[in-house]
Design a protein around this ligand. Structure first.
Ligand code: NAI
Length: 328
C-alpha cells in the first residue's frame, strides 16, 4: 500500500476521493496547504496530492523529496504554482488536464448573466421585500461581441455557449485552433471591438497582466470583463481604477491575483487586509466567486478518477500520460 499525503483537503475532495476505487493507495488527508513549511508532513509517503493555491517552490519540492515522495499529483489542470525546473529529475509531476471544461465555461456564462442582469442585487432586494427594479437595467447579449482570449478546451466551449446566445465572437490565441469557425483577431483588435472579454488562457510570462492599464484604456467604454482562468492575468489595481472611472461596466472574477491566502477559507469574522479585494467585493458591478468554476459533481468525479489513475500508473511502472515537465 503506497501512502499518499493529500494537501489542502476540503470535504468535497475527501468525499470524491474516498468513493473512487483507489486500490494500492492509502490517502492521508491534511488540511494544510503544501508549502516549504508543511512538506514535512509527507514523511513516510511516496506520493503527494496538491491543488491550485499550494506553493510548490524549490524548497517545497526538496522538502517532499527529503520525505521520500517520488510523485506529486496535481488535482487540477493549471501548474503555474510549481517550480518545474526544481522538480526536474527528482519528482514526477502529473495533473488532470481536462476534468470538465463545461464546468468552467458554464460558470463563466453564469457570472456574465448574473452581472449583466444584476441578479445578485435583485436577490438581496426581494429577500428584503424590496420589489423595485430601478437600477437593474441590463443589456441583451444577443448581437453583442464577446472577445475570448485563449481558445483551448474551455475557451471553445464558452464560444459555443456565446454563439447559442446569438453573440458575435472574436478570439485571440497565439496558437489558433484549426478547423473551427472562430474569427481570430489581434489582441489589440479584440480589446477595441469587444463588449465582453473573457479570459481562458493559462498564466505564463507572456500572459501575466495581459489585462493591464494600457489594455484597459484600449477597451470599449463599459466593457464587461470575466476571468475564470488565473488571477494574475489581470492587474487588479488597474481594474479597480477602471471600475472607479466607470470605464469598465462590470467584472466577474472567479480568480484573483492575491487569492492564495484567502480563497477556499472562511474569513467572514475577520477584517480583510487586502484593500483592493475589499473594494472590488463591495462594488455593485463586481461579482467575486472564490475559484469555484470547477466545482461540479462531474468535475470532482473526474478529478478523483484521473488523479488516482495517474498515481496507480506511476506505482505500476506504466507510462504517465498526464506528466508535466519543465520542457513543456
Ligand atoms: P487549454 O490548454 O486547453 O487552453 C489554453 C489556451 O490558451 C490554448 O489554446 C493556448 O494556445 C492559449 N494561450 C496560450 N498562451 C496564450 C496567450 N499568450 N494569449 C492567449 N491565449 C494563449 O486550457 P483550458 O483547459 O482551456 O484551461 C484554460 C485555463 O483555465 C487554465 O490555464 C486554468 O488557468 C483555468 N482553469 C480555471 C479553473 C477554475 O476553477 N477557475 C479550472 C480549470 C482551469
Amino acid at each position: 500500500m503506497k501512502k499518499i499525503a493529500f494537501f489542502d483537503t476540503k470535504p468535497y475532495d475527501r468525499e470524491y476521493f474516498e468513493k473512487t476505487a483507489h486500490d494500492g493507495l492509502h490517502f492521508k488527508f491534511y488540511v494544510n496547504k503544501l508549502t516549504a513549511d508543511t512538506a514535512f508532513v509527507a514523511a513516510g509517503c511516496e506520493g503527494a496530492v496538491a491543488f491550485v493555491n499550494d506553493r510548490i517552490d524549490a524548497e517545497a519540492v526538496n522538502g517532499l523529496c527529503d520525505c521520500g515522495v517520488r510523485i506529486l499529483a496535481m488535482r487540477c489542470a493549471g501548474y503555474n504554482n510549481i517550480d518545474l525546473k526544481a522538480a526536474s529529475g527528482k519528482l514526477k509531476i502529473v495533473r488532470v488536464p481536462n476534468y470538465s471544461p463545461y464546468a468552467v465555461a458554464e460558470h463563466t456564462m453564469a457570472l456574465l448573466l448574473c452581472l449583466n442582469r444584476k441578479l445578485h442585487r435583485a436577490y438581496n432586494r426581494t429577500r428584503d421585500y424590496n420589489f423595485s427594479i430601478n437600477g437593474l437595467t441590463g443589456f441583451d447579449l444577443f448581437g453583442k461581441t464577446a472577445g475570448v482570449i485563449g481558445t483551448g478546451k474551455i475557451g471553445q466551449i464558452f464560444i459555443g455557449i456565446c454563439k447559442g446566445f446569438g453573440m458575435n465572437v472574436i478570439a485571440y490565441d497565439p496558437y489558433p485552433a484549426e478547423g473551427l469557425d472562430i474569427e481570430y483577431v489581434t489582441k489589440e483588435e479584440l480589446f477595441r471591438r469587444s463588449d465582453i472579454i473573457s479570459l481562458h488562457c493559462p498564466l505564463a510570462e507572456s500572459t501575466y497582466h495581459i489585462i493591464d492599464q494600457d489594455a484597459l484604456e484600449e477597451m470599449k467604454h463599459g466593457v464587461f470583463i470575466i476571468n475564470t482562468s488565473r488571477g494574475a492575468l489581470i492587474d487588479a489595481e488597474a481594474l479597480l481604477k477602471a471600475l472607479k472611472d466607470y470605464r469598465v461596466g462590470g467584472a466577474g472574477l472567479d480568480v484573483y491575483e492575491e487569492e492564495s491566502e484567502l480563497f477556499f477559507e472562511d474569513f467572514s469574522g475577520s477584517v480583510i487586509q487586502d484593500d483592493v479585494l475589499s473594494l472590488l467585493v463591495n462594488m455593485p458591478n463586481v461579482i467575486v466567486t472564490s475559484h469555484q468554476a470547477f466545482l461540479t459533481n462531474e468535475a470532482l468525479k473526474n478529478i478523483a478518477e484521473v488523479t488516482v489513475g495517474n498515481l496507480q500508473d506511476f506505482f505500476s511502472g506504466r507510462p504517465l500520460k498526464n506528466e508535466i515537465s519543465a520542457r513543456k
